[in-house]
Design a binder for this molecule. Structure first.
Ligand code: SF4
Length: 318
């Protein structure tokens, strides 16, 4: 059966003007689909544009160009009333659960804010708050407490309950576990997986390294300097990465098996990520790519299917 595309991102660009006539190309012509019920992981180093992509998709930023289609409707071309309805179907979970929760609001106020804005559960909001707290592994006794009274993991659970309060179809999780202790990360990922099954949610899960998205993503997209460089099913990406940048990222992940770990060949990326204000010509990765060819300096590699359902942008596959 054909899977339904819940989100379609088409040729998305998000540029920021930073003065002196300069433009920062945070997201530069990115296209991808997210199928209903799946988790798409989006990975890349800091500054690669993954968070800006998420924030533009959800409407926190107006795109410079491109389209975002949610369930067949163009989000940015809808009437204000339709747009409000559409965006309530998309919610976000943030990296820093403390900074994203208003310290002066108690848990009930935080969780019910979105319901009030969308006119939901008018007569039984408190019941819904308690239901949501229990869904995320907290208790009704927590309803009157304030964010500072919780641990980082519990605060992220509150952030998840707040996102779920308006019955979204699609959740963008922007580095939701990066700020948490390693021991808590797996708990939050497992909670998100269970909620996905129970609530039939679709996720865009943003992370800065491939190890973090491994256990939750069905497919993974890798970004570098505002561009998508590779995308395929998770297991294919881990087993057979095509793009030199993905190969370098994967080589940095320690292996649990000591024999494999001993033989692990690390690809060290030379230099820093170039500035998105002045990205390299041709392939944006060429200044750090150990297998770059002459053509890489002049021609931007096309996004193409390099193996079945495996896409990459690299001249090695032309
Ligand atoms: Fe390296 Fe060229 Fe491929 Fe870019 S296009 S990743 S520079 S080989």
């Amino acid at each position: 059966m054909q899977k339904k595309k819940l989100i379609q991102v088409k040729n998305l660009k998000k540029y920021f003007s930073i003065g002196n006539g300069q433009t920062l190309k945070a997201v530069d012509d990115v296209s991808f689909d997210i199928y209903q019920g799946e988790t798409l992981g989006l990975v890349g180093e800091s500054g690669c544009g993954k968070s800006t992509t998420g924030r533009t998709v959800i409407g926190l930023y107006q795109p410079t160009a491109g389209e975002i289609i949610l369930d067949g409707q163009n989000v940015h071309k809808s009437s204000p009333a339709d747009r409000r309805k559409l965006t309530s179907k998309m919610q976000m979970i943030f990296q820093d659960p403390y900074a994203s929760l208003n310290p002066r609001m108690n848990v009930t106020e935080i969780i019910s804010e979105g319901m009030a804005l969308n006119g939901l559960y008018k007569n039984n909001r408190m019941k819904r708050v308690i239901e949501l707290l229990e869904m995320v592994g907290l208790h009704k006794e927590h309803a009157n407490r304030f964010p500072h009274e919780f641990s980082g993991g519990q605060r992220q659970r509150i952030g998840i309950a707040r996102a779920l309060a308006v019955n979204p179809d699609f959740i963008i999780a922007d580095e939701p576990i990066s700020a948490l202790d390693v021991s808590v990360q797996a708990q939050v990922v497992n909670l998100m997986k269970n909620l996905q099954r129970e609530q039939k949610l679709t996720y865009l899960f943003i992370a800065h390294d491939l190890a973090m998205v491994k256990h939750i993503s069905d497919r993974i997209g890798v970004m570098y300097l505002g561009n998508l460089v590779e995308m395929t099913a998770s297991e294919k990406l881990y087993e057979s990465p095509k793009h030199p940048y993905t190969q370098a990222l994967l080589s940095a992940i320690p292996m649990p098996d000591p024999d494999l770990e001993q033989n692990r060949e690390r690809i060290i990326l030379e230099g820093d990520v170039p500035s998105p204000v002045n990205p390299p010509s041709g392939c944006v990765f060429r200044t750090r790519c150990s297998v770059a060819k002459e053509v890489c300096a002049h021609v931007k590699p096309a996004w193409k299917e390099v193996a079945p359902s495996h896409f990459a942008a690299c001249h090695l596959y032309e």
